[in-house]
Design a protein around this ligand. Structure first.
Ligand SMILES: Cc1cc2nc3c(=O)[nH]c(=O)nc-3n(C[C@H](O)[C@H](O)[C@H](O)COP(=O)(O)OP(=O)(O)OC[C@H]3O[C@@H](n4cnc5c(N)ncnc54)[C@H](O)[C@@H]3O)c2cc1C
Length: 156
């Protein structure tokens, strides 16, 4: 059991890194599309209601990336024997939770600003929308990550 749990401490930041790849791909697609698509005589990027959604996603993706780096660093330090394993488990859960939830939001926003074309069969965002869903469930669902984090808080 201990070996299995330690393995999850490594896999959860890895899932977070995978999710950030999806989030960044969605954000890049949204930025490119909003700079090119014109509606009502302007590019979409000129509508503040659109560009601020991208600003929020970009901020969340950056925060998620830093949290994944932090969890990976904590794991490496813990596996060398210097960090407490409970703390590593908490940090790893935070990275997986935040990165996968952020990726879901990033893909959803990218689809919203693309409009109907993103839902066409074979569109890269249609593909991402399907793929981004599973990481919030496997390696422990988001609710399980919150449970791990909450237990660590009360232990502290
Ligand atoms: C694409 C994919 C790949 C997978 N790969 C693997 C693999 O390689 N190896 C492997 O062993 N498994 C794998 N799984 C299985 C995955 O780990 C489980 O689907 C996951 O742990 C959830 O279990 P479950 O589907 O039985 O849902 P359930 O355990 O029935 O949970 C359903 C939902 O209930 C809620 N829930 C469950 N437990 C709690 C709790 N303690 N607190 C609060 N809420 C809770 C969550 O919302 C959860 O999503 C994979 C799943 C997917 C989708």
């Amino acid at each position: 059991m201990r070996v299995a749990m330690t393995t999850l401490n490594l896999f959860r930041p890895s899932v977070g890194a995978f999710a950030i790849g999806m989030a960044q791909a969605a954000l890049d697609a949204a930025i490119a599309h909003c700079g090119a698509r014109e509606a009502f005589g302007k590019t979409l990027r000129e509508f503040q209601g659109v560009s601020h959604q991208l600003a929020d996603v970009a901020t969340q993706v950056e925060a998620a990336r830093l949290l994944v780096y932090h969890a990976a660093t904590a794991y490496d330090a813990g596996s060398a024997g210097s960090a407490g394993s409970a703390d590593v488990a908490k940090t790893s859960a935070m990275a997986k939770l935040f990165a996968t939830e952020t990726a879901q939001r990033a893909v959803d926003v990218a689809i919203q600003v693309h409009g109907a074309r993103a839902l066409e069969h074979g569109h890269p965002l249609e593909h991402l929308y399907r793929d981004v869903r599973a990481p919030r469930i496997y390696e422990g669902a988001s609710e399980v990550q919150r449970e791990i984090i909450a237990r660590a808080l009360f232990r502290e």
